[in-house]
Write a protein that binds this ligand. Structure first.
Ligand code: HEC
Ligand code: HEC
Length: 289
């Protein structure tokens, strides 16, 4: 059930690459360093592909999980699991950064997170007890149906295509632009607090797939865009007008990665209540279960 050696290798490699790439929000990288596969490993979690789900998910399991958590985990993650800045242990009550499935959480507990204070649980701890911890951690994320938001979703929907002009970059149900993520089910991915931060401080936590390349050609032109294709011989980018530009390797003078967001902050251009309305709308966009 643990991380196999390939996954572990990829994960180490990903961390090493991230360290290089993140060493400045704008860093020069020799052409050819980043291959498609390498970027692939940066995205996603180290969880195994298949997720059989958690069989130990009764109320009793959750209670057992909680009591183990309070004894073994709370000194770092806090008694209520909301995290602790001093130990650097994150909040476990919302969406996790490192895992999106039960198996992913299980793997973190069984194997720890290499190079961090998050150590594996005792090797003799039975799988059942780890699953109970998983059940407890899952029980901490709030059921969206019980969350009361201050905003008005209908007003938010109007702002999305109106004053906010969000649809120039984002698609919902097949309508809108391609310069930002598809938001059709964004309520499944982001909680209301994260949605506020998406609107106010978009440049925080930009996922690698939204990073851009800034290319200075041998002819002196500078262009920036999302990386569309890349090989050892050429690279193709899409600029903000959705134009595609191709470069042969020998046409490129310098090549840099830009890791901030192209999304403007709406801190100044929308009122607090408009932000609330948009958040209520976005949070309502979920897959029907
Ligand atoms: C010595 C402090 C410490 C203890 C004890 C500890 N953790 Fe952690 N934990 C951390 C730190 C630090 C991280 C963040 C590592 C990173 O991602 O850089 C973390 C990360 C995690 C994550 C991933 C969070 C995410 O957002 O992806 C989970 C899940 C987790 N811990 C669960 C537990 C559980 C369950 C226990 C008890 C069995 C436990 N931890 C015990 C320090 C600790
Ligand atoms: C100029 C293009 C652009 C505009 C205009 C724009 N966005 Fe974005 N948005 C992006 C990009 C690119 C990202 C991904 C990078 C990031 O996380 O900031 C993003 C990310 C997001 C996210 C996080 C999505 C996720 O998949 O996790 C949300 C939510 C969001 N935008 C909502 C909005 C709303 C609401 C508006 C209008 C008020 C808006 N955006 C306007 C480009 C844009």
């Amino acid at each position: 059930m643990g991380l196999n050696s390939t996954t572990r290798w990829k994960w180490l490699l990903a961390s090493a690459t991230l360290a290089v790439v993140l060493s400045g929000s704008f860093s020069e990288i020799p052409f050819g360093f980043i291959s498609g596969t390498l970027i692939g490993t940066l995205i996603g979690t180290p969880a195994n592909a298949e997720d059989g789900g958690n069989l130990y998910n009764t109320e009793l399991d959750v209670t057992q999980g909680r009591s183990y958590f309070e004894r073994q985990c709370s000194r770092c993650h806090g008694f209520d699991a909301t995290g602790n800045d001093e130990t650097g242990a994150p909040d476990l009550t919302g969406r996790l950064n490192r895992a999106s499935t039960d198996v992913g959480i299980f793997d973190i507990l069984r194997n720890g997170i290499a190079g961090t204070a998050m150590l594996p649980v005792s090797a003799t701890l039975p799988d059942t007890q780890i699953w109970q911890l998983v059940a407890y951690i899952n029980s901490l994320s709030a059921d969206p149906a019980n969350i009361q938001l201050p905003g008005n979703a209908v007003a938010g929907m109007e702002l999305f295509t109106g004053k906010g002009d969000c649809d120039s970059c984002h698609m919902i149900s097949g309508k809108g632009g391609r310069l930002g993520s598809d938001l059709s089910f964004v309520g499944d991915r982001r909680d209301p607090e994260e949605l506020v931060s998406d609107l106010i401080t978009p440049t925080k936590d930009v996922e690698p797939r939204w990073w851009r390349l800034r290319i200075t050609g041998r002819d002196g032109t500078v262009r920036e865009g999302f990386r569309m294709n890349e090989s050892s011989f050429s690279v193709r980018i899409m600029d903000t007008d959705e134009n595609l530009w191709s470069y042969a390797a020998n046409q490129i003078e310098t090549y840099a990665r830009v890791t901030d967001s192209t999304m403007p902050s709406f801190a100044q251009t929308l009122t607090d209540s408009e932000v609330d309305d948009l958040v209520a709308y976005l949070f309502s966009l979920r897959k029907e279960i």
